[in-house]
Design a protein around this ligand. Structure first.
Ligand SMILES: Cc1ncc(C[n+]2csc(CCOP(=O)(O)OP(=O)(O)O)c2C)c(N)n1
Ligand SMILES: [Mg+2]
Length: 546
């Protein structure tokens, strides 16, 4: 009987850590993010000794977790983030929640004290068991335990979603042998794309919907190509969010958000919804209308149930060609409104947030990667981005599982590292979102740095609130303190602290120029825009639809 077979015995930390790394690699993990610590040192050594793993280290656990999230989103493989015990583990929570709601295969590995120290005042010891509640599947590991690990990883994570592995590690926390032989590279090439999971990859052909009702296809986050294919087969208008993965081809309606508020929107009788729509109130209203029948193709993520009444749910949907006049009405209205918006934006003096969105969209070439922040950037892009041709392999990602403004730069760096074949990688975020995740730019000298241009639409605060109820004149006296949160931060000086190249631009041609020729590595382009006129600007744009 080996010591580990004895009930209650703790496997030597090194053996447990090596087994765990092996098991992760066997399940397709090739990228791991590590945060330094003492309790997780056995895991750190085991990772460093395994040439099948590309190891990234970050000092800030929240950043590390979002980096892993970005790596997992772009590669569609399980990616692990490894931390020490205590508050370090708690810092993974935002990314774990995002992963739960967006259905991302994030594996949170937290080091814990051995059982004898649990529930004591030992340093850095808290209750880490099921720390993330039911957001993540869980395994409590104090020895190699294939059954517990499989229960946490195999079904749930394979379907999409996070797992939490709490690993009880006892002294000694450093390897016994001076140099472990290590696992040779070659079995898994970390750069090989390998088998991927596509949440929308389904074998069945789908249910045939009858034609007749005036139908639109709504494609929310991560809807994937089926939404676009359905719209094209049936000849239905496609209302696709930028991160849907289906905003391509000839049926996408760029200005759908505004058109839904017109008579055309009123005439919709049926919606087929794919993915996870979160961006606009007009879409939410449409999906909640009693006179609209909603057919749902389930989204990935923690709660696939829809927040609106659903008449039918199918894993996939097909349709025969429907009346082309309906699509033509949408296309005509969209062409006219798009032209009016473009003209309005072009005439408006100075650089507007809508210029920034349009230049960013046009600067994303075929094969490009674009990671978009929450708040106004994703909404501005939604209104300004045209549909690109099918097959040009752009990837547009956004953390829409919970739509946090946290961790966005880290997500973008992770996505750029995972998709290193991208012709160009861009992140597009607001200034508050940028400041929230500044530690993403703290990279050690030996870390792999992706090529990534970070465009910051800097309006010195949170502009989205100006467009919502809080921005009404009645609250103007408290607005800046409570919602606008101006900060006056010199982004150039902040970037200088991490030696991140930084450009500040004030007009459209400067922005176009800055995006036309990236210099390699991570660089920041700060586009200075106004916030004081944001409410009026949005009202003027909405008025163009009427
Ligand atoms: C973690 C987190 N905290 C707070 C919020 C609420 N929130 C939504 S948008 C926003 C302001 C974002 O400002 P910025 O990134 O500058 O974008 P802008 O609205 O100016 O375009 C805040 C605080 C959130 N979504 N996520
Ligand atoms: Mg802002």
């Amino acid at each position: 009987m080996s010591p580990t077979d004895e009930p209650g015995a703790t496997a030597p930390a090194e053996e447990l850590a090596t087994w765990l790394v092996d098991q992760l690699v066997a399940r397709g993990t090739s990228e791991v993010v590590l945060c330094p610590g003492s309790r997780n040192a056995p895991l750190a050594f085991a990772l460093a000794a395994d040439a099948r793993v590309r190891l990234h280290t970050r000092i800030d656990e929240r950043t590390a977790a979002f980096l892993a999230l970005g790596l997992a989103k772009a590669s569609r493989r399980p990616v692990a983030v490894v931390t020490t015990s205590g508050t370090a583990a708690a810092n993974l929570h935002p990314a774990v929640l995002e992963a739960a709601h967006a259905g991302v295969r994030l594996v949170a590995v937290t080091a814990d004290r051995p059982a004898r120290l649990r529930g004591t005042g030992a340093n850095q010891t808290t209750d880490q068991v099921r720390l993330f509640g039911d957001a993540a599947t869980f395994a409590d590991l104090d020895r190699p335990d294939d059954v517990a690990l499989a229960a946490a990883l195999d079904g749930p994570v394979a379907r999409g979603g996070p797992a939490h592995l709490d690993v009880r590690l006892d002294d000694p926390l450093v390897p016994r042998g001076a140099a472990r032989a290590g696992v040779p590279a070659g079995e898994v090439d970390p750069h090989d794309d390998g088998p991927r999971r596509h949440p929308w990859g389904r074998e069945d052909e789908g249910v045939l919907l009858p034609t007749g009702p005036r139908t639109v296809v709504v494609a929310g986050d991560d809807a994937g190509p089926p939404a676009r294919v359905l719209a094209q087969e049936a000849g239905w208008p496609l209302l696709a969010e930028p991160s849907s993965g289906s905003r391509t081809g000839t049926h996408a309606i760029r200005t759908y958000r505004l058109l839904l508020g017109t008579a055309l929107g009123e005439r919709v009788e049926r919606v087929v919804v794919h993915g996870h729509p979160t961006l606009s109130r007009p879409v939410a209203r449409l999906l909640g209308r009693v006179d609209v029948e909603v057919v749902s193709v389930p989204a990935t993520g923690r709660w696939p149930a829809r927040p609106f009444p659903v008449a039918a749910e199918h894993a996939a949907v097909r349709a025969e060609p429907d009346d082309p006049a309906w699509l033509e009405e949408w296309r005509t209205a969209d062409r006219e409104l798009s032209a009016r918006i473009d003209d309005f934006v072009a005439r408006r003096p100075g650089l507007t947030p809508y210029d920034v969105a349009q230049v960013v969209d046009r600067g994303n070439p075929p094969g490009g990667l674009l990671v978009v922040g929450a708040s106004n950037p994703i909404r501005d892009l939604d209104l300004m981005a045209g549909a690109h041709p099918v097959g040009e392999r752009r990837m547009v990602l956004a953390n829409r599982g919970l739509a946090g403004i946290d961790g966005t730069l880290s997500t973008a760096i992770g996505a750029a590292l995972a998709r290193d074949r991208s012709t160009r990688a861009t992140a597009y975020v607001g200034d508050v979102t940028f400041l929230h995740d500044m530690t993403a730019l703290v990279l050690g000298p030996d870390e792999v740095r992706p090529d990534l241009t970070v465009v910051v639409a800097n309006d010195d605060g949170g502009s989205i609130f100006a467009t919502l109820e809080q921005g009404a004149p009645a609250h103007a006296d408290r607005f800046e303190k409570l919602f606008g949160t101006p900060h006056g931060v010199d982004l150039g000086a902040l970037c200088a602290a991490t030696r991140t190249p930084h450009w500040r631009v004030h007009d459209r041609s400067e922005l176009e120029h800055a995006l036309s020729s990236p210099n390699g590595g991570i660089e920041v382009v700060e586009a200075v825009v106004r916030r004081d006129d944001r409410r009026e600007l949005d009202e003027a744009i909405r008025a163009l639809a009427h």
